[in-house]
Design a protein around this ligand. Sequence first.
Ligand code: ADP
Length: 229
Amino acid sequence: MGEFIVCKQVVRAYKIDTREVIALRGVDFEMNQGDWVAIVGPSGAGKSSLLNLLGGLDKPTAGQLSVDGIDLLSLRGAALVNYRLKEVGFLWQQTLRNLLPGRSALRNVTLPMMLAGVAPWKRAPRAKELLEAVGLKDQMYKRPGLLSGGQQQRVAMAVALANQPKLLLADEPTGELDSKSAISIVNMLQDLRERYGLTILMVTHDPDVAAYADRILTLRDGALGQNLT
Ligand code: ADP
């Protein structure tokens, strides 16, 4: 059995007019299924670029990248849409990017299932189970605007897991939260990881949050540095 994530000599160069910005300059790492890895590094280091590649939102300029045996460089069309909807879940720093304000928590969680063609009768029970798993059983009919920042990020976790992805990508998931809410969110990630066997790749600048991961990788100027474990 191969590694769950294989990232070999991955390069991402952006062209702006005639200039080239190299965001990732030959990144190598592997993750097993069930691993939790934190990526730390200064702003502009290439962290978001790496998450976007793994999420199928962008393509490497060069290198090899596969998740669960799926080659992300050759993924196109319906297979790519399917990958983004079902194989991977996203948790962003800005809760507004995770949630639709006009829908209740419950209807935010059922939306990705609808997009993935899950049978209508299966959607609400699974959404309720997820909202219960993130401790929001009593808040599921509320719109995001009526929830606290920490509660919104919990709904966002349920949205990210709606289609039972194996991989969760989190970009500064606690960046907008106070330290108490931040720790409660990472504790919840730990519970969800155990409950659903998730593999987690998380970008953070908070050492207390990064400490929850099995491994910490540092990214600097588009290259991975030492393993801080
Ligand atoms: P981080 O998430 O660590 O802050 P990013 O991946 O956002 O780093 O950015 C890495 C580098 O790539 C930066 O120099 C940034 O300006 C550049 N960059 C990121 N996205 C784009 C883009 N869409 N077009 C051009 N340059 C980009």
